[in-house]
Design a protein around this ligand. Structure first.
Ligand SMILES: Cc1ncc(COP(=O)(O)O)c(C=O)c1O
Length: 258
């Protein structure tokens, strides 16, 4: 990230409403928007503390700041309406990706009429791209959303994810490896430390190193996890009980090997 770009951005600690409030107060009238992942998936899987999202919403309302919720990971995953539905907090703008493309490359954003009207042809902001509205990606996305709307889809994902969480916890406990398994719906992360993670700084220096060893054994056992402690894992409706049981067997070995 070039320093010339970064200088326009302030960084606040996830889940720390007081710090965000202080940053806004110190830069009164200067903040255009606050953007965040409602559930932080790019540091593993960190849920918002009760009141954090509500507090950001209130702060944005008070200060005339646009709240942008990045639901690229969480959108259509933790609920049909994403993290916003799950936590009952609405952004002014939302960005989406991944699931809405049904496996094809896509990105989307939307939000309040008064903001979207700023885009051409109604407004003066021109937004376009070679693959914008690409018919193949749109068709795959629409087909996927139809499947997600089937009765009981999210209950089935929750059931599989809870089963996975229980199996992984049991494997870790049996091997005596301290872990903090954090999960929201079909998003999860096993941190290799006993302490719960509420923000990036809570991840201890040795934690990713332990993960790296675990990852390698899992791979040798035929289970291909995302290769970083800071990646969220995702449950798919296609994962069978047999797949999950196989994962627990591999995890039992990988935890023991630590
Ligand atoms: C939460 C989140 N936002 C944004 C992005 C970036 O999306 P893209 O790769 O489409 O630019 C990612 C990528 O994985 C992501 O996880």
């Amino acid at each position: 990230m070039p320093a010339d770009f970064a200088k326009h951005t302030l960084t606040a600690t996830y889940n720390d409403l007081a710090e965000t409030r202080a940053l806004v107060a110190a830069n009164k009238g200067e903040i255009a928007c606050i953007i965040l992942e409602a559930i932080a998936g790019n540091m593993g899987c960190v849920a918002p503390k009760p009141g954090f999202l509500e507090g950001l919403r209130q702060l944005c309302n008070e200060e005339g700041i646009i709240l942008i919720i990045d639901e690229v990971m969480t959108g259509f995953r933790v609920a049909f309406g994403g993290a916003q539905e799950r936590y009952g907090v609405r952004g002014d703008l939302v960005c989406l990706g991944k699931i809405i493309g049904g496996g094809l490359p896509v990105g989307a954003f939307g939000g309040k009429r008064e903001i979207m009207e700023k885009l051409s042809p109604e407004g003066g902001v021109y937004q376009a791209g070679t693959l914008s509205g690409n018919p193949l990606a749109m068709s795959a996305g629409i087909a996927t959303l139809k499947l997600l709307k089937e009765e009981g889809f999210y209950a089935r994902i929750e059931e599989k994810s809870a089963y996975f969480e229980k199996g992984m916890r049991q494997a870790a406990t049996a091997a005596g490896v301290p872990t903090s398994l954090q999960r929201v719906g079909g998003m999860f992360c096993t941190y290799f430390q006993a302490e719960e993670v509420f923000n990036f700084a809570d991840v201890k220096a040795e934690t990713p190193k332990i993960f790296a060893k675990f990852f390698r054994t899992m791979l040798e056992e035929g289970i291909n996890l995302a290769p970083s402690q800071y990646e969220a894992g995702f449950m798919s409706i296609a994962h069978s009980t047999a797949d999950l049981d196989q994962t627990f067997e591999a995890a039992a070995k990988a935890f023991k090997a630590l």
